[in-house]
Design a protein. Structure first.
Length: 452
């Protein structure tokens, strides 16, 4: 398949400049004089891109939340059945810590490699389709596992390969959408991510009580199909003739460190995202055990309640993410929305802390959806606007930013296990720490100067 097969113009084109209106003579998809793809998408292709990439992120987050928040906790609890209540926490923490440690550098590395990839199918598509295929197979293979070793191996493989897919997929927004439109685009993607995560928990809680192996199979096959369809509908031009710098490990690891003194806005954005996710993951990853050991529900009750919580959160987060994304573009402002959203998230954790009950968890879900929906809709847009060197190495730099999401997932597992051991299994301490971390993250966005 050549670039012409993809219906793109391979003549030289002016690189993306951020102007909202491109000259009519400039094709929508082309390559510049150096063979690098250039995008000036008009309404039809732009809408197709936004709807399909949103669909991808919806399914991906549904997979992640169903597996991490419902499937794995249930499966691990069954394997260590009969042990004390902290044994399942330690077992789950061990698996998640190992997988997070292995994958923490995968997205930056994949981003850097995809920036240099010469292929008939473009820079990003090979990683998206290939990562989804292997990752989906590993997810499906989790179904028959009945030992901690088997669960751990399959989940590590799935984590690595799905991150290989996720990195280039996240970079597409910076590749193809003008900065002034990224708030709206990020709003739709954010709504899809948060909505997908919520739907994943709803579906996961429902099917976990009926046929857990089938749930793994549905997500394993589904993630490959949605990624394949996305790449077929949003084809890249050939990058076979793209001029690239040779990949050098030494240079890569040197560039891996982005000096916050030289690029302070990037540093503040990284730190803020890191703290927010460290607090957020401490609650969301252990919701099932919180319902059982803090609220006092049975396994079947907790699987149902977690679905109800997610249903409530789905409504509030979709409304919040779409409205905030629109208002962010309308006023060309990102920081106020990120600040307010994290404050709202911190407030939501006070409810079950002060009033441990099923109702308090439902209230928390609704308020959390308002804050997290707004955060997700604006955060990606903000991140794309603080990239060093005007996004020249967008794949690598966006990959580095994902460490601020992945590293908390690695650290929060042993942190939760230690905290519960120190405080005799009292989950109230998790809410206290989450409030401190998430509220603290709101302050780190304020020093950013390059973005309003």
């Amino acid at each position: 398949m050549t670039a012409q097969d993809n219906d793109v113009d391979v003549s030289a084109a002016t690189p993306f400049t951020g102007e909202s209106v491109s000259p009519s003579s400039v094709p929508e998809i082309s390559v510049d004089a150096h063979g690098k793809p250039v995008y000036n998408l008009k309404k039809g292709l732009y809408r197709r891109l936004i709807w399909t990439i949103s669909g991808n992120f919806l399914f991906l987050l549904a997979l992640y939340n169903a597996v991490i928040s419902v499937f794995l906790p249930n499966q691990v609890a069954n394997v260590v059945q009969g042990s004390d209540s902290n044994a399942k926490v330690v077992a789950l923490a061990s698996i998640m810590t190992i997988s997070s440690f292995v994958t923490v550098f995968v997205q930056p590395l994949t981003g850097a490699l995809s920036d240099r990839t010469k292929s008939r199918f473009g820079m990003r598509s090979p990683y998206i389709v290939g990562g989804a295929f292997v990752g989906g197979a590993a997810i499906a293979m989790l179904a028959p596992q009945n030992t901690m070793v088997g669960i751990g191996i399959c989940w590590v493989i799935a984590s690595v390969t799905l991150n290989i897919m996720n990195g280039p997929l996240a970079t597409i927004l910076a590749d193809r959408v003008e900065p002034e439109k990224r708030g709206t685009a990020s709003g739709f993607i954010g709504a899809a991510q948060t909505g997908g995560g919520t739907l994943g928990i709803i579906f996961g809680g429902w099917i976990a009580n009926k046929n857990l192996p089938l749930g793994y199979l549905i997500f394993g096959v589904g993630i490959f199909l949605v990624c394949l369809v996305f790449c077929l509908l949003n084809r890249e031009p050939s990058t076979v003739n793209m001029e690239t710098e040779p990949f050098k490990w030494g240079k890569f690891f040197k560039q891996f460190w982005i000096n916050p003194a030289k690029h302070p806005d990037y540093g503040w954005a990284f730190a803020g995202r890191f703290l927010m996710y460290l607090g957020y993951q401490g609650i969301v990853a252990y919701q099932l055990y919180i319902l059982r050991d803090y609220i006092g529900q049975t396994p079947d009750e907790s699987n149902v309640t977690i679905g109800i919580m997610s249903s409530i959160q789905l409504v509030t987060l979709i409304v919040s993410s779409v409205i905030c994304g629109y208002l962010s573009d309308r006023f060309q402002a990102r920081k106020p929305f990120v600040f307010v959203s994290t404050v709202i998230m911190a407030i939501s954790y006070f409810v079950p802390l002060m009033w441990p009950s099923k109702m308090s968890m439902l209230i928390m879900a609704g308020v959390l959806g308002l804050g997290y929906g707004c955060y997700m809709s604006i955060d990606m847009a903000l991140m794309t606007q603080v990239l060093p060197n005007d996004g020249k190495d967008a794949g690598k730099d966006m990959g580095v930013l994902t460490i601020a999401t992945n590293l908390p997932q690695m650290l929060v597992q042993p942190l939760v296990a230690v905290l519960l051991s120190l405080f005799a299994g009292n989950y109230a301490v998790l809410f206290i720490v989450a409030i401190i971390l998430v509220a603290g993250s709101s302050l780190l966005v304020l020093p950013i100067k390059s973005v309003k």
